[in-house]
Design a protein around this ligand. Structure first.
Ligand SMILES: NC(=O)C1=CN([C@@H]2O[C@H](COP(=O)(O)OP(=O)(O)OC[C@H]3O[C@@H](n4cnc5c(N)ncnc54)[C@H](O)[C@@H]3O)[C@@H](O)[C@H]2O)C=CC1
Ligand SMILES: CC(C)[C@@H](O)CC[C@@H](C)[C@H]1CC[C@H]2[C@@H]3[C@H](O)CC4=CC(=O)CC[C@]4(C)[C@H]3CC[C@]12C
Length: 369
């Protein structure tokens, strides 16, 4: 089977292929997957940049669709060799309802799994998240942990709850018989906070700093470490996992892998300043300028305002009770499981990742002027 897959040109499907991570996965596949014959890009919102990809040797098929619609997913999955499922509602700011987050992240994932089973697609790589593990509702730190670290993964927020349930569905589906009688092979990749070209939150921080005359004000202690990983390395891990899942099905099937690279361990704000500093911003304060209780109050006030204003306008600031709690809880990973299981090594060094991100922020910022 593997030999025939090597000889033939394969069909890949990337759901969420027009998102921040998805676009990098699409471009990485076109650059570094020699077995690719057709690349299907499935997304609710198709990017205009897809058109430029249609001039190459690989057939690029843009499919506008919704993962919550089972028939649309089944049509996109049919005859695909592997599915990379990145589509999801990444909302911790209260923009979408809990029901919608669940519908997209959980039911959408169910639809992808069932489409693989019904149409005979055997390989599924799921983009999970560090948030499946933590930070938990008790604020327990996860310090340089790995896939085997014992940690009480308890969540209340709709986003981590939906990612945890979706990941469980994917891992439980490993081994199910697909149409044609062979087993489905699945794995889940857990990125920490992804950064890089296209990261909208980074752009929002930059624009906030520009509005404040070049200043950003520290809200989180520098001692709180937050794991971050460059989007290009996350994309590369997806491409490699999708390739190796067939050859190493017995080892990789049903497994989870944290996404990691050489990005330094820093607080979320200090890490952002690695890119925003060279773009002219300064982070004010060696320690948080406001006491934590005041930040908690302001976060709660933002949540109340969001609720009151919802009938009139969407008010979704960066600071809310959930984002404050997450930002204030150490969560870093240190692992080599992906390296041991499928030979993953980061493709981009920290220096290269940093340079690429700075150039993007500068370009994004100039477009904001
Ligand atoms: N951004 C981050 O720091 C992290 C993201 N992740 C995961 O990575 C994946 C991609 O996240 P991002 O690229 O950051 O988000 P994004 O919002 O930029 O991309 C998600 C893509 O999915 C598409 N999508 C959403 N709902 C859909 C639906 N119903 N049907 C079809 N397409 C739909 C969106 O249009 C978008 O293009 C998500 O599954 C997320 O949970 C995991 C860890 C960290
Ligand atoms: C306003 C300040 C308190 C500021 O520091 C808040 C930062 C906050 C917006 C981010 C801090 C940690 C981020 C999350 C983390 O990287 C883990 C994530 C994983 C995902 O799967 C999706 C994104 C996110 C939840 C990410 C979102 C932004 C933060 C909460």
């Amino acid at each position: 089977m593997a030999d025939s897959a090597q000889a033939q040109k394969l069909v890949y499907l990337v759901t969420g292929g027009c998102g921040f991570l998805g676009e990098h996965v699409v471009r990485m596949l076109l650059q570094r997957e020699p077995r690719l014959g057709e690349l299907r890009v499935f997304d609710r919102h198709l990017g205009p940049w897809l058109e430029e990809l249609k001039t190459g040797p690989v057939r690029v098929t843009a499919i506008q669709g919704d993962v919550t619609e089972a028939h649309e997913v089944a049509a996109a999955v049919a005859r695909a060799h592997v599915v990379i499922h990145t589509a999801g509602l990444v909302d911790v700011f209260g923009r979408a309802s809990p029901e919608t987050i669940h519908e997209v992240n959980v039911q959408g994932t169910r639809n992808v799994i069932e489409a693989c089973v019904q149409t005979g697609t055997r390989f599924l790589v799921y983009t999970s998240s560090m948030e499946v593990v933590g930070p938990n509702t008790k604020g327990h730190p996860f310090y340089r942990g790995n896939e085997d670290t014992l940690y009480e993964a308890v969540h209340r927020h709709p986003y981590p709850c939906s990612k945890a349930l979706a990941e469980r569905l994917v891992l439980e589906a490993n081994g199910r018989e697909v149409h044609g009688g062979l087993p489905l092979v699945t794995c889940a990749l857990r990125p920490t906070g992804i950064y890089g070209e296209g990261h909208q939150i980074m752009r929002d921080f930059y624009r906030q700093g520009l509005r404040l005359g070049g200043w950003l004000f520290r809200a989180i202690p520098a001692s709180v470490e937050h794991g971050r990983v460059y989007v290009g390395n996350v994309a590369w891990m997806h491409v490699l996992a999708a390739r190796e899942l067939e050859r190493r099905a017995a080892l990789m099937g049903g497994q989870v892998y944290f996404c990691y690279d050489g990005s330094p361990y820093k607080s979320y704000e200090d890490f952002n300043m690695e890119f925003l500093g060279p773009c002219g911003l300064q982070l004010v304060g060696a320690r948080p300028l406001l006491p934590y209780w005041l930040l908690v109050f302001l976060a709660a006030l933002n949540a109340l305002l969001q609720w009151l204003l919802r009938p009139l306008v969407l008010y979704a600031p960066l600071l809310n009770p959930y984002t404050l709690a997450v930002a204030n809880t150490t969560f870093t990973v240190s692992t080599d499981k992906a390296q041991r299981h499928f030979g993953y090594e980061p493709l981009f060094s920290w220096e290269d990742s940093r340079t690429r991100t700075i150039l993007w922020v500068q370009a994004a910022g100039s477009s904001a002027q």
